[in-house]
Design a protein around this ligand. Sequence first.
Ligand code: DGL
Length: 274
Amino acid sequence: MQNNNAPIGLFDSGVGGTSIWQEIDELLPRENTIYLADSRNAPYGEKPTEEIIKLSIKNTELLLEMGCKIIVVACNTATTNAIDLLRAKYDIPFIGIEPAIKPAALKSKSGVVGVLATKGTLNSKLFHETANQYGGETKRVEIVGDGLVPLIEKGVFKGPEIDLLLKKYLHPMIEAGVDHIVLGCSHYPYLIPAIKSHLPEHIELIDSGYAVARQTKAILEKNRLLSTAEPTDSNGYKIFWTNGDPNPLSQLIKIRSALGSKPGIIPTILEKEF
Ligand code: DGL
């Protein structure tokens, strides 16, 4: 039985997918949402495909138990390694996030774009298929952002450790003449100020958060699953489950709320073993 007021479920290897949650919340404020931060198992990007699939199944089953009507895989690594299997296994719509190669290739004037993502994403079959299909003639400089996710998971978004890594990863892109850099990991939008401080002004950053939110809305509409809450109703409930340290998560939700969320949203952060 379809339930329009069932929650949208989201999961990520940790706190990064809150960058996607925020876009969804902005576009669909009356929807109820449940977010799983699998921080205990982060980073996914270094794990073998079979393990990423196993973790994605575990997260999906928990969200299904919680009655979610649609699942947003708010993690590039889980999407590129597991979404085909999840779609085949479960009878519920899935939205994924993949590095935004297409808009970067369309906008690029230099014909060279950078992609900063995890090893798991850059090595996946799905990423290569999509990138080759939509990347056209554009040359890609693909760099693994090793070490960034564990720092973000600890609530570190700037400072010497971040700068050291960013310098190492961004330098080859700048040298190769990129004019766009695709942020291919949902954790990386939290590094935008730090990343920008290492780049000449003409290099643009591209992330997929807003596109994922638009796609979520379109799929809910297509399946007649949009919330039936009236425009005058207050916002939906926003629940965050974490199996790690709740502090970085609460810090990010607070940053996000201060940046743009409407009054009335009171995110609830809860701890759980999963
Ligand atoms: N946030 C994830 C992504 O979008 C995964 C990071 C990780 O756990 O390695 O790829």
